[in-house]
Ligand binder design. Sequence first.
Ligand code: DGL
Length: 259
Amino acid sequence: MESENRPIGFFDSGIGGISVLKEAVKILPNENYVYFGDSKMAPYGIRTVENVKELTLNAVKFLLKKDIKALVIACNTATSAAIIDLRKEYSKYMPVIGIEPALKPAMEINRIGKVVIMATTMTLSEKKFNNLMKKYDKNSMIEPLPCPGLVELIEQGIIKGKVIEDYLNPKLLPLKKQGIAAVVLGCTHYPFIKESISKILGNDIPIIDGSKGTVQQLKRQLIKYNIINKNIDKLGSIKIFNSMNSQDIIKLSYELLKR
Ligand code: DGL
């Protein structure tokens, strides 16, 4: 296959990376995409770094067999565990893009209050995030908020209603009282519950995720490697795979992509 027609591979521990794929389809509609979600092994956020690295490297091998021209790790947790190894191994051949909590745009909003970073326990305890914190948290205004158990709900397709609100209320309401400047979604599953977060905090609190920045970086890299699809007359294709042997999870993935 001609280099530029080959698909871009997307990976996440489950269905969360669909939120990034959705942004990619918007910004780069002519590209072909292959998505792999490892829902069978999700959540990654409670595993050891070594284990997440191993699972991520295996998943990437699956995508490489699909003849991908670029790799997007659409998972904050897998990025913090494996991006250095993946870049060492593959960036000679293709762009390797990761995602991290979008602290920079959140800090630039400059509203009064704390910048709350919702993410998995692993993302928040990893070196990558702590370096980011050091860079941006000049006045201790960043409030890391680990959300164990939330990915499991979203993986079941529970993205709004009482169950999600009962989970979020005790975490967000005390922070709301102290004053929130912005919320950063540092896990690619969380954009699907944005509506519930706004319902609790109010529509005036900005909620920021890293998908746009990640896709813009993907675009820059496709141009740099000279592999951007120039076939602008035709919309690309999207194929979704999942380690869980179930049609329900594939169906849910396509539904979330359309939302
Ligand atoms: N979507 C993954 C992330 O961005 C979820 C991690 C997990 O499976 O715990 O962090």
